[in-house]
Design a protein around this ligand. Structure first.
Ligand code: ADP
Length: 407
């Protein structure tokens, strides 16, 4: 079925190995109508958490053996007279999908066809947990919404503008040629959203701006962006590299991995250590990688938590300083994600460290700060901005752009 000339109602899908998250947007006003999350698909305790805009979350048990069944049951709530926001599911004009890894093939979002699906599977060796699950979401939609166009939006695509000297690792090039080992970067949809939103906030074109965008959540990454193009970003071939995160180590001497293997640890054990047991969780020693707990414990004098926070600020500062030099200056540093949007304490610590770049914190603005807003003072040479991110809305926008290239 051809795409409607003016798609308005967009369903966004983020499919995991045993979960399926959906968000429905009306794109005339860019309003989220309803959203839901099915978890534990394929188990007897599968469950849907469903919420209409502005209303409380409701929970329902669902008998869902697979993703198609989960999607079919969950989306019925969207058109139900009691819980729904649509008269019929036929009102869904198109579906946008988050796909984690687009390798080097995908530099832009694309309408899904057989070739795109095959390529998503070809990229699966780079994201073995994510890409097959993302493809599962696409296939579920093909079953439940036959004929409705699907668009794949890749986490890696926005970073594909990096030059070879930024994305290559300094190992023999044959390993890049043979295995595609290189930096890809992730959270691209979020960095792209933050760029567009910051340009609007500053009343500039993206082509006029040099920005350092920081997506600071449980997973965190930073990007240096000039004239709308990513110059460098902190995540690598996988989302493990870069900043100190909730449970991920970020950058580490690769020889540590070899050392641990020689001590008898397996690849899976080290994978688990670096992805799930490290970062704020591993260093803070308070049994939590949540920034709120790290800050609370720091304020009540727990030294290990304070050290974890110091490491978080230290690593972020290293990246911001490096990116400032790479860009030859910046128009703003932009903070986003759960920590960037909410943690008054972590923001204050970071901005205090950036005085040499001309950042002067306005404490009142920081305390009040709900984005979009500037938290540095009027005298500050380099503004620091809070910009809430919305990856789902960005996927919905990209879906419309792909189906209506003139939009
Ligand atoms: P994810 O990567 O899982 O999407 P989020 O963007 O939701 O993560 O960010 C989670 C982080 O944001 C946690 O470290 C959490 O402590 C922090 N955070 C969320 N809300 C607040 C708040 N009100 N104050 C301080 N930190 C917060």
């Amino acid at each position: 079925m051809p795409a409607k000339s003016c798609p308005k109602c967009i369903l966004v899908i983020n499919s995991g190995s045993s979960s399926l998250k959906f968000t429905l947007f009306s794109m005339e006003t860019e309003t989220m109508l309803a959203k839901g999350l099915v978890e534990r698909i394929g188990t007897p305790s599968a469950n849907l958490a469903y919420q209409r805009n502005g209303e409380a979350k409701q929970e329902f048990p669902v008998a869902a053996e697979d993703h198609a069944e989960a999607l079919r049951i969950a989306t019925q709530y969207l058109a139900d007279p009691q819980t729904g926001v649509l008269l019929s599911l036929e009102e869904v004009d198109a579906i946008g999908h988050r796909v984690v890894h687009g390798g080097e093939q995908f530099r832009t979002p694309l309408r899904v066809d057989e070739t795109v699906k095959n390529e998503i599977m070809n990229c699966a060796q780079l994201a073995p947990l994510h890409n097959p699950a993302n493809l599962g979401g696409i296939q579920a939609c093909e079953t439940v919404f036959p004929g409705t166009p699907n668009v794949a939006v890749f986490d890696t695509a926005f970073h594909q503008t990096m030059s070879a000297h930024a994305y290559l690792y300094a190992i023999p090039i044959q390993y890049y040629r043979k295995y595609a080992i290189r930096k890809y970067g992730f959270h691209g949809t979020s960095h792209a959203f933050i760029l567009e939103a910051t340009a609007r906030y500053l009343k500039k074109e993206t082509s006029q701006l040099k920005l350092i965008t920081c997506h600071l959540g449980n997973g965190s990454s930073i990007a240096a962006i000039a004239a709308g193009k990513v110059v460098d970003t902190s995540m690598g071939m996988t989302p493990l590299a870069g900043l100190v995160m909730g449970t991920r180590s970020g950058d580490i001497d690769p020889a540590v991995v070899l050392f641990l293997m020689r001590q008898g640890m397996t690849a899976d054990q080290i994978d688990n250590l670096l992805n799930k047991k490290s970062g704020l969780l591993g260093v803070g020693e308070i049994d939590s990688g949540d920034m709120r707990d790290i800050v609370d414990n720091t304020e009540s004098g727990k030294e290990t938590a304070a050290r974890a926070l110091d490491m978080w600020v230290h690593r972020l500062t290293l990246y911001i300083g490096g990116y400032y030099a790479l860009l030859g200056g910046a128009d703003a540093i932009v903070l986003s994600g759960g920590i960037g949007e909410n943690s008054v304490y972590a923001r204050a610590r970071l901005v205090a460290q950036l005085g040499v770049l001309g950042c002067i914190l306005d404490e009142e603005r920081n305390r009040r700060g709900r984005g979009p807003c500037t938290i540095t003072s009027a005298e500050s040479r380099l503004p620091v901005i809070i910009m809430p991110t919305d990856e789902e809305l960005m996927i919905a926008r990209e879906t419309i752009r792909v189906l209506r290239p003139d939009a």
